[in-house]
Design a binder for this molecule. Structure first.
Ligand SMILES: Cc1cc2nc3c(=O)[nH]c(=O)nc-3n(C[C@H](O)[C@H](O)[C@H](O)COP(=O)(O)OP(=O)(O)OC[C@H]3O[C@@H](n4cnc5c(N)ncnc54)[C@H](O)[C@@H]3O)c2cc1C
Length: 458
């Protein structure tokens, strides 16, 4: 008897989540149509027509899978043969213990791999409303900049006021315009296995007077105006603009992105900087540097003026200035079931940032999971969600019920989402020991989840 080819799954949005979802479903033998509106319809942040474009920083954050929750997520995605993490690994750049990525070849590889897959069809064009009724399995992975027509249709279907908050993006500087008689190469605490990793960052030092003058300039700078509907929109705490941080206290930045610890200025031996601005390499050529943690909503004129007061950046040429955007996401704890389906219309599954996770890695991980869940469903199998002791499972649990729907805000993966360890030593473990406990447990549980016997015939 010949097996019938299953009906395709339609994935809407070819970003981090949608690309990974398409790859996972196709790898399980299910045809996929991947709908991407670019280049026909643009977003404010994307600049190419490539799949999985990284719109801002080029970092997948820590790659430490023993001590860091996002590093653990990398590990789980590698174990699940994820496309996004494999491309990230192949196009990684030196960045100390972080996984930084050469964004253009990364996106090009993902686009080419999916285009070449016999079960994947890439359809360019916006899905400008609810997907046609005869698409019986859909993954909506349209991201924080979901096109308004689709966002409106989903809002009407759920009868929910879509939540929104602000994200801000950091500026990028041309390397050749940085004054190396003031800046120096060094990763914090010289972290990294290779010389390239230990010198992955450029550091611009400030003494007390320079720092105080910088804060004054920041507080006085003109910022982008908000429209009426934007005034009540909150910021995501993990991505505050620098001027908002400065408003919270003159030393907030010195304890945040400008902290001077773990760095030694070779230009002024024996003198400790009062604050340090770090720039991270943004491409393989080393021609572009991203100012770390410097998201801002300052107007462009004010932005160049203020940033050029940073020692070493007096003549900075900017490849991109910072900006601000609205982020759209579902109230997932209320609207999604435990397998990422919209309760009001279970043929629609959601994945990525639009589900209320935050970050490239988290978005790709939720795409990975949605792709597997949708494909298993298509094949008539009952695939359990990964246990909440895993990074993937902990995130899923958070967005689909663990979080309080009333105060739901997008979430990065972190150990606070994991169930506590059953601690034989009465909870007296040190932090490193505890994190190692979480990651050991997660790896064992994730490997068991991936094992074929967890996919029971339905
Ligand atoms: C400006 C900005 C800066 C960010 N900076 C960072 C950062 O530095 N680090 C970080 O970890 N995270 C960052 N994020 C958050 C988030 O991790 C990224 O947005 C990530 O790309 C989300 O992945 P995604 O797949 O959910 O969405 P995306 O990668 O945005 O993919 C969604 C895709 O859907 C397409 N699309 C939208 N609507 C439709 C439609 N109706 N029909 C067809 N296609 C559609 C879009 O064109 C896009 O390609 C940022 C987000 C934004 C908006």
């Amino acid at each position: 008897m010949t097996r019938q080819t299953p009906e395709p799954i339609h994935v809407i949005g070819g970003g981090l989540a949608g690309s990974e979802a398409a790859w996972q479903a196709a790898s399980m033998g299910v045809p996929v149509v991947l709908h991407e509106m670019r280049p026909e319809v643009a977003t404010f942040a994307h600049t190419t027509d490539g799949l999985a474009e990284l719109v801002c920083s080029n970092s997948f954050r820590s790659d430490d899978d023993e001590q860091n929750a996002v590093g653990l997520l990398h590990w789980e995605m590698r174990a699940a043969r994820g496309l996004v993490i494999a491309a990230a690994d192949r196009h990684s750049l030196p960045a100390g213990s972080a996984l930084a990525i050469d964004r253009e070849p990364f996106s090009a590889e993902i686009t080419a791999t999916l285009a070449a897959h016999p079960l994947v069809t890439i359809a360019r064009g916006e899905i400008a409303g609810l997907p046609p009724a005869d698409w019986s399995s859909v993954i909506v992975a349209t991201g924080p900049l979901t096109s308004p027509a689709l966002a409106e249709a989903v809002r009407a279907l759920t009868d929910e006021r879509a939540l929104a908050f602000f994200d801000a993006i950091a500026p990028i500087v041309h390397f050749e315009s940085i004054d190396l008689s003031k800046a120096w190469f060094q990763s914090r605490y010289d972290k990294g296995d290779t010389e390239a990793e230990r010198t992955a960052y450029l550091n611009c030092p400030m003494d007390r007077d320079e720092y105080e003058a910088f804060i004054d300039a920041l507080l006085a700078a003109e910022t982008a105006e908000f429209k009426d509907w934007e005034r009540a929109t909150p910021y995501f705490e993990g991505c505050l603009p620098i001027e908002v941080m400065a408003e919270r206290g003159r030393d907030t930045l010195r304890h945040g992105p400008m902290k001077p610890v773990g760095l030694t200025n070779p230009h002024t031996p024996g003198r400790k900087p009062h604050a340090v601005v770090q720039l991270r390499r943004d491409n393989a050529l080393g021609t572009l540097y991203n100012i770390v943690g410097f998201q801002t909503k300052m107007k462009h004129g004010a932005q160049t003026q203020v940033l050029r007061t940073i020692p070493g950046l007096e003549n900075a040429a900017f490849a991109r200035l910072g900006g601000i955007h609205r982020n759209t996401f579902l109230n997932s704890p209320r609207l999604l079931d435990g397998r990422m389906r919209l309760k009001a219309a279970p043929r629609l599954r959601f994945a990525g940032q639009v589900t209320g996770v935050e970050g490239y890695v988290e978005s790709a991980a939720m795409g990975l999971l949605a792709g597997r869940l949708a494909a298993a469903e298509r094949l008539g199998r009952d695939l359990a969600a990964p246990p909440e002791t895993t990074a993937t499972g902990a995130l899923l649990r958070h967005i689909t019920g663990g979080a309080d729907a009333k105060t739901f805000q997008p979430m990065n993966v972190n150990f606070g989402l994991f169930p506590p360890l059953e601690d034989v030593r009465g909870g007296r473990r040190g932090r490193r020991d505890r994190y190692k406990g979480y990651t050991d447990r997660a790896k064992a549980d994730f490997a068991a989840w991936l094992a074929p016997e967890t996919v029971a015939a339905g």
